[in-house]
Design a protein around this ligand. Sequence first.
Ligand code: MG
Length: 367
Amino acid sequence: MKIDRIFAHRVELPLHETTYKWSGGKSVTVFDSTIVGVETDTGLVGYGEVCPLGPFYLPAYADGVRAGLRELGPHLLGKDPRELTKMNYLMDAALKGHPYVKSGIDIACWDILGQFAQMPVCELLGGRYGADVHLYRAISQETPELMAAKVAGYRAEGYRRFQLKVGGDPDVDIARIRAVSAKLQPGDRLVADANTGWIQHEAVRVARAVQDIDVYIEQPCLTYEECLAVRRQCPHPFVLDENIDDLGILLRARADLAMDVVNLKISKLGGLTKIRQARDLCVSMGIGMTLEDSWGGDIATAAIAHLAHSTPTPFLFSTTDFNSYVTVSTAEGAPQRVNGRMAASTAPGLGIRPRPEVLGPRVLEIA
Ligand code: MG
Protein backbone atom coordinates (compact mmCIF):
# COMPACT_ATOMS: atom_id res chain seq x y z
CA MET A 1 0.00 0.00 0.00
CA LYS A 2 1.31 3.44 -0.94
CA ILE A 3 0.38 7.02 -0.15
CA ASP A 4 -0.86 8.65 -3.37
CA ARG A 5 -2.04 12.00 -2.13
CA ILE A 6 -2.13 14.15 1.01
CA PHE A 7 -4.75 16.88 1.24
CA ALA A 8 -6.25 19.23 3.80
CA HIS A 9 -9.40 21.20 4.55
CA ARG A 10 -9.64 24.29 6.74
CA VAL A 11 -12.70 24.35 8.99
CA GLU A 12 -13.86 27.07 11.37
CA LEU A 13 -15.24 25.81 14.67
CA PRO A 14 -17.29 28.38 16.64
CA LEU A 15 -18.15 27.68 20.27
CA HIS A 16 -21.58 27.13 21.86
CA GLU A 17 -20.40 29.38 24.72
CA THR A 18 -19.09 32.01 22.24
CA THR A 19 -15.64 32.45 23.81
CA TYR A 20 -13.12 30.24 25.62
CA LYS A 21 -10.89 32.18 28.02
CA TRP A 22 -7.87 31.16 30.03
CA SER A 23 -4.78 32.59 31.73
CA GLY A 24 -3.26 35.94 30.88
CA GLY A 25 -6.37 37.25 29.09
CA LYS A 26 -5.96 34.74 26.26
CA SER A 27 -9.12 33.70 24.44
CA VAL A 28 -10.45 32.08 21.27
CA THR A 29 -13.88 32.63 19.70
CA VAL A 30 -13.59 30.62 16.45
CA PHE A 31 -11.12 27.76 16.22
CA ASP A 32 -9.19 27.27 12.96
CA SER A 33 -8.90 23.52 12.43
CA THR A 34 -7.08 21.57 9.74
CA ILE A 35 -8.56 18.25 8.62
CA VAL A 36 -5.81 16.16 7.03
CA GLY A 37 -6.55 13.40 4.51
CA VAL A 38 -4.13 10.67 3.44
CA GLU A 39 -5.17 8.80 0.29
CA THR A 40 -3.65 5.48 -0.80
CA ASP A 41 -3.37 3.54 -4.05
CA THR A 42 -5.85 0.98 -2.62
CA GLY A 43 -8.65 3.53 -2.36
CA LEU A 44 -8.42 3.62 1.45
CA VAL A 45 -8.41 7.19 2.80
CA GLY A 46 -7.55 8.10 6.39
CA TYR A 47 -8.32 11.33 8.25
CA GLY A 48 -6.71 13.29 11.05
CA GLU A 49 -7.25 16.72 12.61
CA VAL A 50 -4.97 19.36 14.12
CA CYS A 51 -6.46 22.36 15.90
CA PRO A 52 -4.14 24.59 17.95
CA LEU A 53 -5.58 26.54 20.88
CA GLY A 54 -4.77 29.80 19.14
CA PRO A 55 -1.14 30.77 18.39
CA PHE A 56 -0.29 31.53 22.04
CA TYR A 57 -0.87 28.29 23.92
CA LEU A 58 1.74 25.84 22.59
CA PRO A 59 4.40 26.51 19.93
CA ALA A 60 1.81 25.86 17.19
CA TYR A 61 -0.53 27.94 15.04
CA ALA A 62 -3.25 27.09 12.54
CA ASP A 63 -1.53 28.32 9.36
CA GLY A 64 1.62 26.54 10.55
CA VAL A 65 -0.18 23.19 10.21
CA ARG A 66 -0.87 23.89 6.53
CA ALA A 67 2.61 25.35 5.83
CA GLY A 68 4.19 22.34 7.52
CA LEU A 69 2.10 19.88 5.51
CA ARG A 70 3.27 21.54 2.27
CA GLU A 71 6.87 21.09 3.41
CA LEU A 72 6.52 17.55 4.75
CA GLY A 73 3.92 16.02 2.41
CA PRO A 74 6.12 15.43 -0.66
CA HIS A 75 8.52 13.29 1.44
CA LEU A 76 5.72 10.87 2.31
CA LEU A 77 4.29 10.10 -1.13
CA GLY A 78 4.90 6.48 -2.11
CA LYS A 79 5.38 5.35 1.50
CA ASP A 80 3.28 2.67 3.25
CA PRO A 81 1.01 4.42 5.79
CA ARG A 82 0.57 1.19 7.80
CA GLU A 83 4.25 1.25 8.81
CA LEU A 84 3.68 3.78 11.54
CA THR A 85 7.03 3.69 13.32
CA LYS A 86 8.79 4.04 9.98
CA MET A 87 6.42 6.85 8.94
CA ASN A 88 7.30 8.75 12.12
CA TYR A 89 11.01 8.15 11.58
CA LEU A 90 10.67 9.51 8.03
CA MET A 91 8.69 12.55 9.20
CA ASP A 92 11.30 13.35 11.86
CA ALA A 93 14.09 13.02 9.30
CA ALA A 94 12.34 15.26 6.77
CA LEU A 95 11.22 18.02 9.16
CA LYS A 96 12.91 18.81 12.47
CA GLY A 97 10.51 19.52 15.31
CA HIS A 98 7.00 20.81 14.57
CA PRO A 99 5.30 17.79 16.16
CA TYR A 100 1.82 19.29 15.63
CA VAL A 101 2.33 19.28 11.84
CA LYS A 102 3.02 15.52 11.93
CA SER A 103 0.12 14.73 14.24
CA GLY A 104 -2.66 14.93 11.61
CA ILE A 105 -0.77 12.68 9.20
CA ASP A 106 0.00 10.15 11.92
CA ILE A 107 -3.67 10.02 13.02
CA ALA A 108 -4.77 9.57 9.38
CA CYS A 109 -2.28 6.68 9.00
CA TRP A 110 -3.74 4.97 12.10
CA ASP A 111 -7.19 5.42 10.54
CA ILE A 112 -5.92 3.67 7.39
CA LEU A 113 -4.27 0.86 9.39
CA GLY A 114 -7.55 0.28 11.26
CA GLN A 115 -9.60 0.22 8.07
CA PHE A 116 -7.09 -2.16 6.49
CA ALA A 117 -7.05 -4.47 9.53
CA GLN A 118 -10.84 -4.08 10.03
CA MET A 119 -10.17 -3.10 13.65
CA PRO A 120 -10.96 0.04 15.64
CA VAL A 121 -7.90 2.16 16.42
CA CYS A 122 -8.33 1.68 20.19
CA GLU A 123 -7.83 -2.07 19.81
CA LEU A 124 -4.69 -1.46 17.75
CA LEU A 125 -3.45 0.97 20.42
CA GLY A 126 -3.55 -1.74 23.06
CA GLY A 127 -7.16 -2.80 23.71
CA ARG A 128 -10.46 -1.39 24.89
CA TYR A 129 -10.82 -0.93 28.66
CA GLY A 130 -14.37 -0.86 30.01
CA ALA A 131 -17.55 0.38 28.33
CA ASP A 132 -16.61 4.07 28.16
CA VAL A 133 -14.35 6.79 29.62
CA HIS A 134 -15.13 9.77 31.84
CA LEU A 135 -14.81 13.33 30.61
CA TYR A 136 -13.75 16.55 32.25
CA ARG A 137 -15.36 19.89 31.56
CA ALA A 138 -13.16 22.97 31.21
CA ILE A 139 -14.66 26.03 32.91
CA SER A 140 -13.66 29.10 30.92
CA GLN A 141 -12.15 31.94 32.96
CA GLU A 142 -14.78 34.31 34.37
CA THR A 143 -15.50 35.88 37.73
CA PRO A 144 -15.56 33.42 40.66
CA GLU A 145 -19.38 33.72 40.85
CA LEU A 146 -19.93 33.03 37.14
CA MET A 147 -17.56 30.06 37.18
CA ALA A 148 -19.24 28.56 40.25
CA ALA A 149 -22.64 29.05 38.62
CA LYS A 150 -21.55 26.90 35.65
CA VAL A 151 -20.92 23.78 37.73
CA ALA A 152 -24.57 22.74 38.19
CA GLY A 153 -25.30 22.92 34.46
CA TYR A 154 -22.23 20.90 33.56
CA ARG A 155 -23.07 18.34 36.23
CA ALA A 156 -26.55 18.07 34.70
CA GLU A 157 -24.76 17.12 31.46
CA GLY A 158 -23.07 14.33 33.41
CA TYR A 159 -19.64 15.85 34.01
CA ARG A 160 -18.05 15.03 37.37
CA ARG A 161 -14.58 16.40 36.67
CA PHE A 162 -14.09 20.11 36.36
CA GLN A 163 -11.04 21.95 35.12
CA LEU A 164 -11.07 25.50 36.30
CA LYS A 165 -9.20 28.04 34.22
CA VAL A 166 -7.15 30.12 36.67
CA GLY A 167 -3.69 31.68 36.17
CA GLY A 168 -4.88 35.26 36.60
CA ASP A 169 -4.72 37.56 39.63
CA PRO A 170 -3.82 35.21 42.51
CA ASP A 171 -6.40 36.69 44.89
CA VAL A 172 -9.17 36.29 42.33
CA ASP A 173 -7.93 32.76 41.58
CA ILE A 174 -8.11 31.84 45.27
CA ALA A 175 -11.72 33.08 45.21
CA ARG A 176 -12.40 31.10 41.99
CA ILE A 177 -11.13 27.85 43.55
CA ARG A 178 -13.12 28.46 46.76
CA ALA A 179 -16.34 29.40 44.94
CA VAL A 180 -16.24 26.40 42.60
CA SER A 181 -15.18 23.90 45.27
CA ALA A 182 -18.19 24.96 47.35
CA LYS A 183 -20.41 23.59 44.54
CA LEU A 184 -18.76 20.15 44.40
CA GLN A 185 -20.49 16.95 45.41
CA PRO A 186 -18.92 13.71 46.66
CA GLY A 187 -17.12 12.00 43.79
CA ASP A 188 -16.45 15.22 41.87
CA ARG A 189 -12.85 16.17 41.06
CA LEU A 190 -11.56 19.70 40.72
CA VAL A 191 -8.43 20.81 38.86
CA ALA A 192 -7.19 24.40 38.97
CA ASP A 193 -5.29 24.83 35.69
CA ALA A 194 -3.17 28.00 35.66
CA ASN A 195 -1.87 27.33 32.12
CA THR A 196 1.55 28.85 33.03
CA GLY A 197 -0.12 32.07 34.21
CA TRP A 198 1.41 32.49 37.69
CA ILE A 199 4.96 33.35 38.58
CA GLN A 200 6.52 31.17 41.23
CA HIS A 201 5.71 33.13 44.40
CA GLU A 202 2.12 33.66 43.26
CA ALA A 203 1.65 29.95 42.70
CA VAL A 204 3.03 29.11 46.15
CA ARG A 205 0.66 31.67 47.69
CA VAL A 206 -2.39 30.26 45.92
CA ALA A 207 -1.50 26.67 46.86
CA ARG A 208 -1.09 27.66 50.53
CA ALA A 209 -4.31 29.65 50.56
CA VAL A 210 -6.37 26.66 49.34
CA GLN A 211 -4.60 24.04 51.46
CA ASP A 212 -7.90 22.91 52.98
CA ILE A 213 -9.48 22.26 49.56
CA ASP A 214 -9.43 18.99 47.63
CA VAL A 215 -8.05 20.40 44.36
CA TYR A 216 -5.36 19.43 41.84
CA ILE A 217 -2.95 22.17 40.75
CA GLU A 218 -2.06 22.10 37.03
CA GLN A 219 0.89 23.80 35.27
CA PRO A 220 1.18 26.82 37.56
CA CYS A 221 4.17 28.49 35.87
CA LEU A 222 5.86 28.89 32.50
CA THR A 223 9.04 26.89 33.04
CA TYR A 224 9.58 23.36 34.25
CA GLU A 225 11.96 24.59 36.98
CA GLU A 226 9.41 27.04 38.41
CA CYS A 227 6.77 24.30 38.39
CA LEU A 228 9.14 21.93 40.18
CA ALA A 229 9.85 24.54 42.86
CA VAL A 230 6.10 25.05 43.38
CA ARG A 231 5.46 21.31 43.39
CA ARG A 232 7.96 20.90 46.24
CA GLN A 233 6.01 23.40 48.37
CA CYS A 234 2.52 22.27 47.38
CA PRO A 235 0.39 19.81 49.34
CA HIS A 236 -2.00 19.18 46.45
CA PRO A 237 -1.85 16.53 43.73
CA PHE A 238 0.14 18.14 40.94
CA VAL A 239 -0.36 18.06 37.16
CA LEU A 240 2.13 19.07 34.46
CA ASP A 241 0.91 19.89 30.95
CA GLU A 242 2.54 22.54 28.72
CA ASN A 243 6.11 21.57 29.71
CA ILE A 244 5.69 17.86 28.91
CA ASP A 245 6.05 17.67 25.14
CA ASP A 246 8.42 14.76 24.59
CA LEU A 247 9.80 11.60 26.22
CA GLY A 248 12.97 13.32 27.45
CA ILE A 249 11.14 15.79 29.66
CA LEU A 250 8.59 13.15 30.72
CA LEU A 251 11.42 10.95 32.02
CA ARG A 252 13.14 13.90 33.68
CA ALA A 253 9.88 14.87 35.39
CA ARG A 254 9.44 11.31 36.57
CA ALA A 255 12.98 11.24 37.97
CA ASP A 256 12.32 14.56 39.78
CA LEU A 257 8.91 13.27 41.04
CA ALA A 258 7.61 16.51 39.55
CA MET A 259 3.99 15.43 39.01
CA ASP A 260 1.28 12.99 40.04
CA VAL A 261 -0.72 13.34 36.83
CA VAL A 262 0.44 14.41 33.39
CA ASN A 263 -1.67 16.01 30.67
CA LEU A 264 -0.69 14.54 27.30
CA LYS A 265 -2.06 16.04 24.10
CA ILE A 266 -1.89 14.21 20.77
CA SER A 267 -0.59 17.13 18.69
CA LYS A 268 1.76 18.33 21.46
CA LEU A 269 3.53 14.95 21.33
CA GLY A 270 3.27 14.62 17.53
CA GLY A 271 0.53 12.05 16.88
CA LEU A 272 -0.92 8.81 18.20
CA THR A 273 2.30 6.84 17.67
CA LYS A 274 4.30 9.13 19.94
CA ILE A 275 1.62 9.72 22.54
CA ARG A 276 1.11 5.97 22.80
CA GLN A 277 4.79 5.60 23.72
CA ALA A 278 4.43 8.26 26.42
CA ARG A 279 1.09 6.81 27.60
CA ASP A 280 2.52 3.30 27.93
CA LEU A 281 5.55 4.63 29.84
CA CYS A 282 3.24 6.50 32.23
CA VAL A 283 1.29 3.29 32.87
CA SER A 284 4.58 1.50 33.64
CA MET A 285 5.69 4.35 35.93
CA GLY A 286 2.36 4.68 37.76
CA ILE A 287 1.50 8.18 36.55
CA GLY A 288 -2.13 9.16 35.97
CA MET A 289 -3.01 10.92 32.72
CA THR A 290 -5.38 13.35 31.15
CA LEU A 291 -5.36 12.30 27.50
CA GLU A 292 -6.64 14.82 24.98
CA ASP A 293 -5.51 17.35 22.37
CA SER A 294 -5.19 21.13 22.26
CA TRP A 295 -8.64 21.45 20.63
CA GLY A 296 -10.61 20.11 17.66
CA GLY A 297 -13.95 18.84 16.42
CA ASP A 298 -15.32 15.39 15.59
CA ILE A 299 -12.16 13.87 14.11
CA ALA A 300 -9.83 15.05 16.90
CA THR A 301 -12.41 13.85 19.45
CA ALA A 302 -12.55 10.44 17.75
CA ALA A 303 -8.75 10.13 17.97
CA ILE A 304 -8.83 11.21 21.64
CA ALA A 305 -11.54 8.63 22.38
CA HIS A 306 -9.51 5.78 20.85
CA LEU A 307 -6.43 6.82 22.83
CA ALA A 308 -8.31 7.23 26.11
CA HIS A 309 -10.38 4.08 25.71
CA SER A 310 -7.21 2.01 25.13
CA THR A 311 -5.67 3.20 28.41
CA PRO A 312 -5.97 1.08 31.58
CA THR A 313 -8.84 2.67 33.51
CA PRO A 314 -7.01 3.45 36.79
CA PHE A 315 -4.44 5.53 34.88
CA LEU A 316 -6.95 7.59 32.91
CA PHE A 317 -7.58 10.63 35.11
CA SER A 318 -9.80 12.23 32.47
CA THR A 319 -10.27 13.01 28.82
CA THR A 320 -12.37 15.43 26.83
CA ASP A 321 -15.09 15.72 24.18
CA PHE A 322 -14.16 18.88 22.29
CA ASN A 323 -16.82 18.13 19.67
CA SER A 324 -19.48 19.00 22.25
CA TYR A 325 -17.97 22.48 22.79
CA VAL A 326 -18.19 23.48 19.12
CA THR A 327 -21.23 24.19 16.95
CA VAL A 328 -20.00 22.45 13.76
CA SER A 329 -19.97 18.71 13.13
CA THR A 330 -17.29 17.73 10.61
CA ALA A 331 -17.88 13.96 10.59
CA GLU A 332 -20.47 11.28 11.24
CA GLY A 333 -19.66 8.47 13.66
CA ALA A 334 -17.70 10.60 16.15
CA PRO A 335 -18.13 9.86 19.86
CA GLN A 336 -21.07 11.60 21.54
CA ARG A 337 -21.16 12.42 25.24
CA VAL A 338 -23.60 10.32 27.28
CA ASN A 339 -23.83 11.09 31.01
CA GLY A 340 -20.44 12.78 31.08
CA ARG A 341 -18.79 9.84 29.34
CA MET A 342 -17.87 8.81 25.81
CA ALA A 343 -16.78 5.63 24.01
CA ALA A 344 -14.50 5.01 21.06
CA SER A 345 -16.25 3.75 17.91
CA THR A 346 -16.36 0.00 17.33
CA ALA A 347 -16.10 0.53 13.55
CA PRO A 348 -12.74 -0.01 11.78
CA GLY A 349 -10.17 2.78 11.97
CA LEU A 350 -11.31 5.97 13.70
CA GLY A 351 -14.89 5.07 12.76
CA ILE A 352 -15.69 8.49 11.30
CA ARG A 353 -17.06 9.60 7.93
CA PRO A 354 -16.24 13.24 7.09
CA ARG A 355 -19.10 15.47 5.94
CA PRO A 356 -17.94 16.88 2.56
CA GLU A 357 -20.49 19.71 2.69
CA VAL A 358 -18.94 20.92 5.96
CA LEU A 359 -15.30 20.41 4.99
CA GLY A 360 -15.67 22.43 1.79
CA PRO A 361 -12.90 22.60 -0.83
CA ARG A 362 -9.39 21.28 -0.27
CA VAL A 363 -6.99 24.04 0.73
CA LEU A 364 -3.95 21.99 -0.18
CA GLU A 365 -3.20 18.88 -2.14
CA ILE A 366 0.13 17.08 -2.51
CA ALA A 367 0.27 14.31 -5.13
MG1 MG B 1 -3.76 22.04 31.02
